[in-house]
Design a protein around this ligand. Structure first.
Ligand SMILES: *Cc1c(COP(=O)(O)O)cnc(C)c1O
Length: 234
């Protein structure tokens, strides 16, 4: 299914307006909050339409999908950002195509990514995924393990650690969701106190980006509010 370009443009404008409104409400400058469009499950045809609206950087959670879309859209020189759980054996394929990984959550993955990057003579930005919710299904490092992990990451010169990422609990309880985001903000403060310069906080999705912005998000990852409902084939 190809989304109609005008529909896509309308949804994108609505999300941008929503980000601006949340920033105003929080007394923040909208220039402090980036939008990462999440194109997972949508085909290269839909991504191609999004590029016509000026989008160049896309969040994906599966390496195979990045491979397919990057091949179809090679001429567009797009940036692919990994936001999903990564298996260590995918590290080589990831560094061949991705400009950034936001789901770094364990040492063996850091080892594998760094090794593959060293082989290419390249470095990428990474965010450390922290599990601030209590849902079993979410991956990420426990907040209490963050500082030790950041210290270990210093050994990997090809990984530029820029910040933290989290996924809030899927809940109707805004207070609970906000608390998950506030936890990530506090993780960053503790990391800063320990000497780690982390500028970025990737938090907030279609259903909760307003709450994330209120709690200090610098980047919201928005899929369905831009591209429409996802159709998982499995
Ligand atoms: C799918 C996904 C998103 C976007 O979700 P929507 O609710 O569609 O906006 C954001 N972050 C991660 C990690 C995702 O997997």
């Amino acid at each position: 299914m190809t989304g109609d370009l005008a529909t896509l443009a309308g949804r994108l404008a609505a999300v941008r307006a929503g980000i601006d409104a949340a920033c105003r409400e929080a007394g923040r400058d909208p220039a402090e909050v980036a939008l990462l469009p999440v194109s997972k499950t949508f085909g290269a045809d839909v991504v191609a339409e999004a590029t016509q609206l000026g989008l160049r950087r896309f969040g994906e959670n599966k390496v195979q999908e990045i491979q397919l879309k990057a091949a179809a859209l090679a001429a567009d020189h797009l940036e692919w950002v990994v936001i999903g759980h990564l298996q260590t054996n995918k590290a080589k394929a990831v560094v061949a195509l991705a400009s950034e990984v936001q789901s770094l959550d364990r040492l063996d993955l850091a080892v594998a990514l760094d090794k593959a990057l060293q082989a290419q003579g390249r470095a990428i930005d990474v965010l450390v995924q922290v599990k601030t919710s209590s849902e079993d299904s979410k991956s990420g490092l426990a907040p209490g393990d963050l500082l030790a992990f950041l210290r270990e990451l210093r050994a990997f010169s090809s990984l530029r650690v820029r910040g933290l990422m989290t996924i809030a609990e899927h809940s109707e309880d805004a207070g609970l969701v906000r608390a998950n985001f506030r936890d990530l903000y506090q993780c960053r403060n503790r990391a800063r106190d320990a000497g780690f310069e982390l500028e970025r906080l990737s938090m907030g999705m279609s259903g909760d980006y307003g709450l994330a912005i209120a709690e200090g998000s610098t980047e919201v990852r928005v899929g369905s509010s831009i591209f429409g409902a996802r159709n998982y084939k499995h």
